[in-house]
Design a protein around this ligand. Structure first.
Ligand code: IMP
Ligand code: MG
Length: 182
């Protein structure tokens, strides 16, 4: 197992162990890129839509592994209402500039936990009339079954709080090249 080399303690939180190494992530992202390339071969100009901020590193690596012409856009969604429980309605803090109408859209998420964010966001995006809408999530805790379920998942994740490779704890640890548990 690679050693925890950098910033293992931030904001009073300490990294416990590496769950997915940089090499694990790189290899799996290549596989996903190949599968996605096959799936959209016949589609016109795929729109890859990243949910910020958590997906920013995964997006950057995934689109470089997709060997098709594509467009990139981003959204910022917040699933937290008044209380800190992920059960409130999803608020769009930033909406994609691109129109989804009649496009093949691939929504890219960092991690599916309760499924609340995607569960609420997907119907709203479907309402915009995309030709197709699929989800590629780097991690899925399998605590819930999404309807529809994410078509591509990088890794099934343990039910622990994970950070790194885009995932944060109070904005710390996003830049780590691996995924670790706290
Ligand atoms: P959901 O709506 O409960 O599925 O949660 C989705 C969002 O919560 C993700 O996009 C992350 O931003 C955040 N999240 C859920 N689990 C974790 C975790 O283990 N580490 C960091 N962020 C998480
Ligand atoms: Mg997120």
């Amino acid at each position: 197992m690679p050693t925890l080399t950098q910033d293992t303690q931030l904001g009073g939180q300490e990294l416990k162990r590496i769950v997915f190494s940089e090499a694990d992530i790189r290899a799996r992202t290549r596989e996903l890129g190949a599968q996605i390339s096959d799936a959209y071969r016949a589609s016109d100009r795929l729109l890859v839509l990243g949910l910020l901020k958590g997906s920013f590193l995964f997006m950057a690596d995934l689109v470089r592994a997709i060997e098709l012409p594509l467009h990139v856009d981003f959204m910022v969604a917040s699933s937290y209402g008044a209380n800190k429980v992920s059960s409130g309605d999803v608020r769009l803090l930033y909406d994609a500039g691109a129109s989804l109408k009649d496009r093949a859209v691939l929504l890219v998420e960092d991690i599916i936990d309760s499924g609340n964010t995607l569960g609420r966001l997907i119907p709203r995006l479907e309402a915009r009339g995309p030709a197709s809408l699929e989800v590629c999530a780097l991690l899925h805790k399998r605590l819930t079954i999404l309807e529809p379920e994410a078509r591509w998942v990088g890794f099934d994740a343990p039910n622990e709080f994970l950070v790194g490779y885009g995932l944060d704890c109070a904005e710390d640890f996003r830049h780590l090249p691996y995924i670790a548990s706290l």
